[in-house]
Write a protein that binds this ligand. Structure first.
Ligand code: PEP
Ligand code: MN
Length: 357
């Protein structure tokens, strides 16, 4: 099954965008991997087949993966079904074992990305190879840490780099297992437009009912592919049983998605888009001009404050500004979240200007 969107295909990834990273959370047995691959192959041909061999688990005494012997099972899947195969590596010996076994693509998990020492040890083990590596976002909502991990792998000489957005652990993740924080994925994409970004909708949602919505959202943000944990018998899965779907459900999911492309050949659409974008450009010019005027006045105030030995931060005035702008924002259909982050940024810049005036 292919999608209509095949612009910007990345030559080292098999298939067309959106790339299909399907397969179980964990490799459990050769039979389980094979039954899952048979189900997937009925509906899809260019799959990157995933399965965890070494599983990072929150608590001990749970299933921690089958270990090295599972690599051979994955390679058997590659040979029988023609899928590329991928697994998670968390240390240098995992990397060596995967390279020796012939695993096509490696990924670094969220619990590893948080630790620069671990990422560096993996990077050192990758020196001199050019195996493709995907880096999942760290558990905490820190895009720099994510970029830093990608940079460490890149500095080791890996050119086939990818990233996986799997959601973040926030104080309140509801209704998701991991908060998607889509803005952070967009930030990563903006900072690294050349790196394919895959969305792992299984670990974001933790719930098959929420997968279609998250998957569509990822496609609408022009992500390059989806990772969906797929198991021949999810209820019996040894890890992440609650979030895995069957190959049949995967087919249904794919059929329900709307694949959009980043560009359209429709001239009327393009003209209309140009027109609206030029309006936005004019408004943006005015916004920047007004912000500059506002900062000049702030600076003037800063000089008076200094002359009169008055503190730069005037808490009451700042609270009034926030209250006033939130109120007018509300009447104009602008969310509290937006107005408050905008005004915190304006106020911070204003304090900086007054500090340096
Ligand atoms: C996984 O993909 O099975 C996994 C453990 O993912 P994450 O590192 O995103 O938790
Ligand atoms: Mn999992």
């Amino acid at each position: 099954m292919t999608s209509e969107s095949n612009l910007n295909n990345i030559s080292w990834i098999s298939g067309n965008r959106p790339y299909q990273f399907f397969g179980p959370c964990s490799a459990e047995s050769p039979e389980q991997l094979r039954a899952t691959a048979v189900g997937i192959k009925e509906h899809f041909s260019n799959v990157i087949f995933r399965a965890g061999i070494w599983k990072p688990r929150t608590r001990p005494n749970t299933f921690e993966g089958v270990g090295e012997e599972g690599l051979k099972w994955l390679v058997d899947i590659k040979e029988e079904f023609g899928f590329q195969v991928t697994t998670e590596v968390a240390n240098a010996s995992h990397v060596e074992a995967c390279l020796k076994a012939g695993i096509d693509i490696l990924w670094i998990g969220a619990r590893t990305t948080v630790n620069p020492f671990s990422v560096q040890a993996i990077a050192d083990a990758l020196e001199g190879t050019d195996v493709p590596v995907f880096v999942k976002n760290p558990l905490n909502p820190d895009v720099s840490l994510w970029s830093g991990a990608v940079e460490r792998i890149s500095k080791a000489g890996i050119t086939k780099l990818g990233a996986i957005h799997r959601g973040f652990h926030l104080a309140d993740n509801k209704p998701f297992r991991n908060a998607p924080s889509w803005d952070l994925a967009v930030q990563f994409k903006t900072d690294h437009p050349e790196i394919p970004l895959i969305c792992d909708v299984s670990h974001i949602t933790g719930n098959p009912d929420l997968i279609p919505h998250a998957a569509q959202r990822a496609l609408d943000l022009d992500m390059d592919g989806l990772m969906v944990e797929t198991h021949c018998n999810p209820q019996k899965a040894l890890s992440d049983a609650k979030q895995q779907i069957t190959p049949f459900q995967l087919k249904e999911l794919w059929g329900s998605l709307i694949f959009k492309s980043a560009k359209s050949k429709n001239i009327e659409f393009q003209n209309q888009l140009e027109l609206l974008r030029s309006k936005i450009d004019r408004i943006d010019d005015s916004i920047v001009e007004l912000l500059s005027q506002r900062m000049n006045i702030s600076e003037e105030i800063g000089v008076y404050k200094k002359e009169n030995q008055v503190t730069i931060l005037q808490l009451q005035r700042w609270q009034e500004i926030l209250k006033r702008t939130l109120k007018s924002g509300k009447t104009l259909n602008l969310s509290d979240k937006f107005i408050s982050s905008l005004y915190y940024a304006i106020h911070e810049e204003s304090i900086d200007k007054q500090t340096n005036s």
